[in-house]
Design a protein around this ligand. Structure first.
Ligand SMILES: [Cu+2]
Length: 158
């Protein structure tokens, strides 16, 4: 009797531990398989692509991003009363830091963010410098509409 009580407790702990481990394993498994497929992420979440939202902060919290992942930029086309936005890629860190659009590549024009948004798939393993190109860099500088992402190679799976 004195010996069976501790062993009962040990078994109960073992079962409890087992269920905790099983639960943790299952959720890690689903996270793993979730990361295995290409992800589609709306830039800025509910805020979309807009003036004054901190996209550098957003990108840090939303990463990591992998090759083949898709970003969605949502912004209204010009309608006479709003401030239109766009999506440009800048060539290097210097132009990114100064919001210099002189040699920038237009990828999403002011019309393309409407409806389901402008889709951009991360296809190159280089740092992507995304900015809004409106008002000669004002949206990028003062509006914080800038962020950089270096997509990672997706981990191998079996
Ligand atoms: Cu803008």
């Amino acid at each position: 009797m004195g010996a069976s009580k501790p062993s009962f407790v040990a078994v109960a702990l073992w079962v409890l531990l087992g269920s905790l481990l099983y639960g943790a394993g299952a959720s890690e498994g689903s996270l793993f398989y979730g990361a295995d497929a290409s992800n589609i992420t709306v830039v800025g979440g509910d805020q979309g692509w807009t003036f004054g939202f901190n996209y550098t902060d957003w990108a840090l919290k939303s990463g990591p991003f992998y090759l083949g992942d898709t970003l969605v930029f949502k912004y209204d086309p010009p309608n006479g009363t709003n401030h239109p936005h766009s999506v440009y890629l800048l060539r290097d860190l210097n132009s990114f830091q100064s919001c210099d659009l002189k040699r920038a590549l237009l990828v999403g024009n002011v019309m393309q963010g409407g409806g389901k948004g402008f889709y951009f798939t991360l296809g190159l393993r280089t740092t992507h410098y995304f900015v809004c190109g409106e008002k000669q860099g004002f949206h990028c500088n003062q509006g914080l509409m800038k962020f950089s992402i270096k997509p990672l190679k997706r981990p191998c799976h079996h």
